[in-house]
Design a protein around this ligand. Structure first.
Ligand SMILES: OC[C@H]1CNC[C@@H](O)[C@@H]1O[C@@H]1O[C@H](CO)[C@@H](O[C@@H]2O[C@H](CO)[C@@H](O[C@@H]3O[C@H](CO)[C@@H](O)[C@H](O)[C@H]3O)[C@H](O)[C@H]2O)[C@H](O)[C@H]1O
Length: 318
C-alpha cells in the first residue's frame, strides 16, 4: 500500500498526526485517512486542561477516550498533549487568586488525574510545553510566577510516578536548529537528568514557514540531544505559506517537511515525526496567521501535494 504508514514501517521512526476530534466524528474520509496513513496520533485539543477539567475536580475524558480507543482499534500509539502549559488552561484556574501552594496542589492533582486516567494507554506525554522564550530565558507564566523554575522538575517527577512507562517529553517551537532556545533546552535537559529528573524526550514542534527559510542546523541539534541519551521527536510539523500557493512555494514546502524528516531518520534516538494536521481542510494556520495557510501535506480534498510524496520517498529511502 502506498501510505505514509507503510513507508515508515521498519524505519524506526513513527509517523503521526494531530487529530481534530470533531472532524474524526463527522468526516468519514478524514477518519479513514487517519487510520490508513499514521501509526501514531496526538489529540489536537482534547487532552488540554481546559477540556479535561472544565470545573474544579470535574473531569471530562469523553473525547480523549474516544481517540485512545480509536488508536487502539487501529494499532496506533498515542502522544498525550499536554500537561503543563501557559495556554488553554481552564478559566476557573487562571481567573481565581490561588496561592502558590494551592496552585502546586492543583498542578500535582491534574497530572496524577490525567496521566493516571490514561496509564498504559498513552505512549508519550508532552509534560511541559513551551517553557522558554526565544532568547533562552524562562517564559513568564502562571507556573513560573507561582512556583519558580522548579515546577518543571516537579511535573516530570509526578508524571513518572503516575505512569512509569510513559516517555516524558519537553516540547517547544523554534527549537529545531541550534539557537538560544535549543541551547537553553540542552542545558536544562543536562541539568535535570544530572538531578535524576525523568526527562526522557526533547520535542521539536516544527511549525515552519516557507517565507522564513528553514533552520540549517537541525541534524547538529538533534544529534547533540542524542548524545545526552534522550529521545527526540518532531511533534507538530507543518510548513505554512503566504497565500495563494504557487509552484515555488509548494516545492519549498516539500523541502521543509523533508528536511526535518531526514534529520529524524539520520539521528540515533529520534522516535517519531508528527504532522500538526495532515489536510488543509482542518488546519489551525489560517485562523492564526492572516493570509497564510496551505500548510499540510494533503490539500482540502485530501489529495497529496509534493510534500506528501517527499515524506513517503524519504521514508522509503531510509
Ligand atoms: O498553536 C498551534 C500549536 C502550537 N503548539 C501547541 C499546540 O497545542 C498548538 O495547537 C493549537 O492550539 C490552539 C490554541 O492554542 C488551538 O486553537 C483552539 O482550538 C479550540 C478547539 O477548536 C478552539 O475552541 C473552540 O472555539 C470555538 C469558537 O471560538 C468554540 O465554539 C468551541 O466551543 C471551542 O472548543 C479555540 O478557540 C482555539 O483557539 C488549535 O486548534 C491547535 O492546533
Amino acid at each position: 500500500d502506498g501510505s505514509l504508514r507503510a513507508a515508515a514501517r521498519g524505519t524506526g521512526v513513527r509517523i503521526g498526526t494531530a487529530v481534530d476530534m470533531s472532524a474524526l466524528a463527522a468526516d468519514a474520509p478524514y477518519k479513514q485517512a487517519v487510520a490508513r496513513e499514521f501509526d501514531t496520533v496526538t489529540p489536537e485539543n482534547v487532552m488540554k486542561w481546559e477540556v479535561v477539567e472544565p470545573q474544579p475536580g470535574v473531569y471530562d475524558w469523553t473525547a480523549a477516550d474516544q481517540l485512545v480507543d480509536f488508536a487502539r482499534k487501529n494499532g496506533q500509539l498515542v502522544r498525550g498533549h499536554t500537561l503543563v502549559w501557559h495556554s488553554q488552561n481552564p478559566s476557573w484556574l487562571t481567573e481565581a487568586a490561588y496561592t502558590p501552594d494551592q496552585l502546586r496542589t492543583l498542578l500535582r492533582r491534574h497530572i496524577f488525574a490525567e496521566v493516571g486516567h490514561f496509564k498504559g494507554r498513552v505512549w508519550a506525554w508532552d509534560v511541559a510545553n513551551e517553557v522558554f522564550n526565544e532568547d533562552g530565558t524562562l517564559r513568564d507564566t502562571i507556573w513560573l510566577r507561582a512556583l519558580g523554575p522548579g515546577y518543571i522538575a516537579d511535573a516530570f517527577r509526578w508524571a513518572h510516578q503516575a505512569d512509569p512507562k510513559a516517555v516524558l517529553f519537553l516540547n517547544d517551537y523554534n527549537n529545531e536548529g541550534v539557537n538560544a532556545k535549543s541551547d537553553a533546552y540542552f542545558a536544562l535537559v543536562k541539568q535535570l537528568r544530572a538531578e535524576g529528573v525523568p526527562v526522557q524526550g526533547y520535542g521539536m514542534q516544527g511549525h515552519l514557514g516557507v517565507q522564513y527559510g528553514f533552520p540549517g542546523t537541525v541534524l547538529e541539534n538533534v544529534r547533540r540531544f542524542d548524545k545526552l541519551g534522550v529521545k527526540t521527536a518532531f511533534t507538530e510539523v507543518d510548513v505554512r505559506m503566504v497565500l495563494p500557493p504557487d509552484a515555488a512555494k509548494v516545492q519549498a514546502q516539500a523541502e521543509g517537511f523533508g528536511l526535518l524528516l531526514r534529520a529524524c531518520l539520520l539521528a540515533e534516538h529520534c522516535v517519531s515525526y508528527t504532522v500538526w494536521g495532515f489536510t488543509d481542510k482542518y488546519s489551525w494556520v489560517p485562523g492564526f496567521f492572516d493570509g497564510q495557510g496551505s500548510a499540510t501535506p494533503l490539500d482540502e480534498n485530501l489529495q497529496p501535494k509534493p510534500a506528501y510524496d517527499t515524506l513517503r520517498e524519504t521514508f522509503q529511502l531510509a
